[in-house]
Design a protein around this ligand. Structure first.
Ligand SMILES: [Zn+2]
Length: 343
């Protein structure tokens, strides 16, 4: 029964013209987020999510420019600081994780189309000094899916995972992709050593992240730079005090290095582990002026925490993604659950 309702709802959703959804679009601000745009195969991302190519990205931008007013970070800061009015249907473009394609691919397209944007950077990855553990997981899965795995290696990997008290799935690929931060960071290196994958070689040859020079150039172009934590750590493992300290250092270190005079932060993964008290303290101690979550087109009880919608969950068109997000919002509103609240 549920399946049928879902199918009917999906059908209705896709047949409702975009103009109807736009009339219903009364959120304070719309914030899509991306990680990578490329026409090439990206082994460090491929097994994590469905990234978009340049053609699709340009279509996205055309849709956003036609139906929304693109704003920059200063307009959102003025709105958060002194309730300065935003244009109707404002939209802010954001990009997380500081991948090199931000400079090589996204920057020229945004400049060509005169689109403002914010890039959220992980301090530890700048200049390719370290590799995000999720990128390590994707690289390992990519290697194994192309080269296979011997019985001895499989046994070794499973024993490592069992020793770390993590679940071993039927498929090695799923086991590796489900490994979590902190408990298991060394496991990725241990597996890589065993099967002959070199993360250092990948960092050196591919240079997957932005360099300091590229970030400075993007600032000169007028783009904004925000913090996204040091190592993209999972905040669920930290106390409120630790979360605040980690966010504060991530913002301040980037501010010093790149001369940034505003304090913005996008939560790595999502903001599900942060409390009501967290936002009060962030405001009182002026740790961040505005923060960003990843829960879709939904308002947040914390007035300076803005939720964003993900453009890489599917290969669907931008219109389809927008309609799905709006449909989700409508369903939550009907259940009286469209405001994000916390303990
Ligand atoms: Zn991220």
């Amino acid at each position: 029964m549920r399946k049928i309702i879902k199918k009917v709802a999906k059908g209705v959703l896709s047949k409702t013209p975009t103009s109807c959804w736009l009339r219903f679009a009364k959120n304070s601000v719309y914030i899509p987020f991306y990680h990578i745009i490329t026409d090439d195969f990206a082994p460090h991302i491929h097994h994590l999510y469905k990234y978009r190519n340049t053609k699709k990205f340009e279509d996205d931008l055309d849709f956003f420019s036609k139906n929304f007013n693109l704003i920059d970070i200063h307009q959102l800061l003025d709105f958060a600081r002194e309730k300065k009015q935003l244009p109707p249907r404002p939209l802010l473009l954001t990009f997380d994780d500081g991948l090199r394609e931000m400079y090589d691919v996204v920057r020229p397209i945004l400049l060509k189309k005169s689109c403002p944007a914010v890039f959220f950077i992980n301090n530890s990855f700048v200049d390719n000094k370290d590799l995000f553990y999720k990128n390590k997981a994707s690289l390992l899965v990519d290697y194994i899916s192309k080269n296979g795995i011997g019985d001895g290696d499989l046994k070794f990997i499973n024993s490592l995972i069992e020793a770390a008290q993590m679940p071993v799935n039927d498929e090695l690929k799923n086991t590796i992709l489900s490994l979590k931060y902190l408990k298991n960071t060394e496991i990725f290196d241990d597996i890589a050593n065993r099967i002959g994958v070199s993360f250092d070689d990948f960092l050196r040859k591919t240079k997957p992240y932005l360099t300091s020079e590229q970030i400075s150039q993007m600032q000169q172009d007028g783009f904004a730079i925000g913090a996204h934590s040091f190592e993209h750590q999972w905040f669920g493992n930290a106390t409120t005090d630790e979360q605040i300290a980690q966010i504060g250092t991530s913002i301040n270190q980037l501010a010093d290095k790149f001369n940034i005079d505003y304090k913005i932060f996008a939560f790595p993964f999502n903001d599900h582990s942060v409390s009501h008290t967290f936002f009060e303290e962030v405001e009182n101690k002026n740790v961040a002026e505005i923060t960003f979550g990843a829960d879709g087109i939904l308002p947040d009880e914390a007035p300076k925490n803005f939720q964003r919608f993900w453009m890489e969950n599917s290969h669907a068109s931008v219109e389809q993604i927008f309609k799905t997000e709006m449909g989700r919002k409508l369903v939550r509103r009907l259940k009286n659950k469209d405001l994000i609240t916390r303990d």
